[in-house]
Design a protein around this ligand. Sequence first.
Ligand SMILES: Cc1cc2nc3c(=O)[nH]c(=O)nc-3n(C[C@H](O)[C@H](O)[C@H](O)COP(=O)(O)O)c2cc1C
Length: 401
Amino acid sequence: MQQQLTNRRVLLGVTGGIAAYKSAELVRRLKELGAEVRVMMTPAATEFVSPLTFQALSGNPVHSQLLDPQAEAGMGHIELARWADLILVAPASADSIARLAHGRADDLFTAVCLASDAVRAMAPAMNRLMWANPATRDNVALLADRGWAVWGPGEGDQACGEIGPGRMLEPLDIAARAAQLFETGLLAGQRLLITAGPTREALDPVRFLSNHSSGKMGFALAREAASAGARVTLISGPVHLPTPDRVTRIDVVSAAEMRDAVLDHVRDCDVFIATAAVVDYRPAQAAAHKIKKHQETLSLELVRNPDILAEVAALAEAPFSVGFAAETDDVAHYAKVKLNAKNLNMIAANRVGGVDSAFDGDDNALQVFWPGGDASISRSSKHSVARQLLELIAQRLRDRD
Ligand SMILES: Cc1cc2nc3c(=O)[nH]c(=O)nc-3n(C[C@H](O)[C@H](O)[C@H](O)COP(=O)(O)O)c2cc1C
């Protein structure tokens, strides 16, 4: 199943109708499509289904009280409103529809709906005469006019024993319609593991060996991959960058820590992109105490660090493995050698050390190689370069399937 709702945040509003029991299944359907789901309930809805059911299914606390200091200290109504990409009201009761149409904000549910500019959709469910009543018709028309998507209701047997229009659509149908509201990203549902930044290899408690990597390329890739619908885990060395939205970040310091973190997560990924500038050699021994400057000269014995990328690419069930080659000269040659030697699926080469060095700048240019092909990505912002590289990766993944 393509996870069209990966990284999408769906706030499910459950209101007081008998169809509320079907919303429990809706949570599952939305999650199957990759969505992160939070649930808010009207007080009436909690009389139909226990919040505990929704808490267990969504994996998140359920929100139902507006004037609750504890709830407000956690995720308050404005925060919840901001959090959502989609507010989906299912079932939407006649009463809730009326209150939404009149801009009420006297409970958490209506306050959140009023305070949000998220995409909004509802699946009404009520007795056929409630649905046919001109008051409900006008309220629904008003909300549709204001941009609410109105799905259903369906026709058929009703819980009240009558037959007619008013049944909530089936959860599978509602979830599919929710997915259609969003563009399917290039990497929808793919799991990406990205390393970024430098590593630090301790000489003593206060000094280390490292390099100039800023982490910007890896962070740009993580952000763009998440926007393209991927689930992204970013393993980062010490950098001064904020974590991109919807990305899980793991901080490490040394190459050994980075290797451990990668090996812990690599089995759950489809694509591994190694942008980190892992320090090649570390001191054979890190001094336990600060090294004093008694001697005129000081020799360091260095030992080679593990090659994380080669190790990943050599796994029996290796993910699609992408390396970065930072070279000062003969960039294309060394990149191709690395592609073959490490048995990679792709390598992106950039020049470092010159006037247009890739390290620390906001721009980059790449030469990309894969077995049997290559492409150039001309100089532009690291975000634009990241998008183009991800397109190449997505293409290669499609060709492989
Ligand atoms: C057993 C029962 C079933 C109900 N089913 C519905 C329903 O399917 N749709 C609806 O609009 N109202 C239904 N109601 C009425 C609502 O629960 C009532 O209007 C309530 O105020 C809705 O509050 P809310 O919109 O804040 O959740 C039902 C009431 C009862 C007692």
